[in-house]
Design a protein around this ligand. Structure first.
Ligand code: GCO
Length: 477
């Protein structure tokens, strides 16, 4: 097939998040985020790993940017730690925090690497969690907007691409449905309320952005897992449609249109867990529309009819009468998650589905008519350092290659693609999995225990991606 080329200004890059790379958790005025607290609770993370040091990017950012430059990267997506800027979430700006990101941004620009700045990648100031429950209160909207404005003022002259919230659907689900992330709650009603506040905060930041960075572009990064039906039985197809609405449109419709999808809204209302919404909320949601949709893509999810209650979209939330959450069962009567036997799976049991990325891009393009930034995509695996100090991560190369090919096909389909960020540039702390699960193009000698000098080693994928960038994606075979 004759594929279109990647655009000449396509942003080839890689990404990271503050808590996962920076370390320096309590220096230069930084105070605790909810993650600094959570990782100290016994049993929450693999072998109790935490981000106190992480890969020490805070002190080694120059070396890391040097490696990005060597690879020819066009863009680097990183996040700002809120508690460096406002140690207690609000109040006086901490100049030392601003300085760190100024240095990083200047270093990137010196090497012609376009910074993409993520405002929020999960490290909420502990002080705000303590004061009013963080995302649980509508007060977060104003504090998040003020924090965002401080970033716009400090960096908006040099940073033109911004990501507002990273994976709102994930940090709220893991924080309020599965209790695997802070603050560790299991409460479906609260979960939807928290999401409403986060959507409002997202819109409030974008609204302010127009004034402070009029020539910039901003959008959320959504963790999109396109829904497949297990079979062509109509009830399974309906279950997949339901899942797409509950697991994707619930957020993306709000971002793009300022509206909640009807079917899900009605279901949640019938079950008494729809969020409380005030009239002015809808105005705010409509006033904060993004320039692009950031998509973090790792895999698709497959669904079948959920037989509980037997009636689609008419189930009760808690069919057994026990305290459980939607996450335990899928949605009673609405959908149920199943394994897709047609796809291979990683060692972390995530399916590998490059075509799913093309399908997802197509759905987002058709529904929202927005340009798309693939703000994350990559493979988490065990990596082995050979005796000659090389890392032969052909599996990662294959993963990235096939997903880039899918993007090229999507471009040929007609999608407008801004860029692609490999998750991740260097190895980094996996929130719950320590350093076993590695994503980087650059290996970092960091481990839960034993020898760890934090030395950087270029993986085979580093050299491969360097060639891809140099050829603007012409060498994907
Ligand atoms: C992990 C996760 C993360 C996420 C990223 C989401 O292993 O901890 O996969 O690395 O992908 O933080 O934005």
């Amino acid at each position: 097939e004759n594929l279109k080329s990647f655009p000449n200004d396509f942003l080839w890059g890689a990404a990271s998040a503050a808590y996962q790379v920076e370390g320096a958790w309590n220096v230069d005025g930084k105070e605790k985020s909810i993650w600094d607290t959570f990782v100290r609770v016994p049993g929450k993370t693999f072998k109790g790993t935490n981000g106190d040091v992480a890969v020490d990017h805070y002190h080694r950012y120059k070396e890391d940017v040097q490696l990005m430059a060597e690879m020819g990267m066009k863009t680097y997506r990183f996040s700002v730690a809120w508690t460096r800027i406002f140690p207690h979430g609000k109040g006086e700006v901490n100049q030392e925090g601003i300085d760190f990101y100024n240095h990083l941004i200047d270093e990137l620009r010196k090497h012609y690497i376009e910074p993409i700045l993520t405002i929020y990648h999960w490290d909420l100031p502990q002080a705000l969690q303590d004061a009013y429950g963080g995302w649980e209160s509508k007060q977060i909207v104003e504090d998040f907007q003020n924090y965002s404005i401080s970033l716009f003022k400090a960096f908006g002259d040099r940073v033109k691409y911004w990501v507002s919230l990273n994976e709102q659907n994930i940090f709220t689900r893991l924080g309020y449905q599965t209790a695997m992330h802070p603050p560790g709650e299991k409460d479906d009603k609260l979960y939807y309320q928290v999401n409403h506040h986060a959507s409002l905060a997202n819109a409030a930041a974008i609204k302010a952005f127009r004034k402070y960075v009029p020539d910039g572009k901003i959008g959320p990064s959504f963790a999109y897992s396109p829904a497949y039906a297990k079979t062509s039985k109509p009830e399974d197809v309906l279950a997949a449609d339901n899942a797409e609405e509950f697991t994707s449109h619930w957020w993306m419709d709000v971002y793009a249109w300022g509206e909640y999808p009807q079917v899900a809204w009605n279901y949640l209302t019938r079950n008494g867990i729809a969020p409380r919404i005030e009239k002015e909320d809808l105005e705010l949601l409509k006033a904060g529309k993004p320039d692009f949709m950031g998509i973090n893509y790792y895999q698709t999810t497959t669904y079948e009819k959920n037989p509980l209650n037997g009636v689609t979209l008419d189930g009760h939330f808690n069919t057994t009468g026990e305290k459980g959450t939607m996450e335990d069962t899928g949605l009673p009567g609405v959908y149920k998650t199943v394994t897709n036997d047609n796809l291979e799976r990683t060692n972390w049991d995530w399916n590998i589905d490059p075509q799913g990325l093309r399908i997802g891009i197509r759905r987002v393009t058709n529904r929202y008519q927005l340009p798309i930034l693939i703000s994350e995509n990559g493979l988490g695996e065990y990596d082995k350092v050979e005796d000659d100090d090389s890392i032969q991560d052909d599996y990662r190369i294959e993963y990235i290659r096939t997903h880039l090919k899918a993007i090229q096909e999507a471009i040929t389909d007609g999608a407008e693609m801004i860029g692609y960020c490999v998750w991740s540039f260097t190895d980094l702390l996996s929130w719950l999995n320590g350093y076993q699960k590695r994503y980087g193009l650059v290996y970092v000698n960091q481990h839960e225990e034993g020898e760890h000098d934090l030395r950087r080693i270029r993986k085979k994928s580093f050299y491969w991606y360097k060639d891809v960038i140099a050829s603007n994606g012409e060498n994907l075979n």
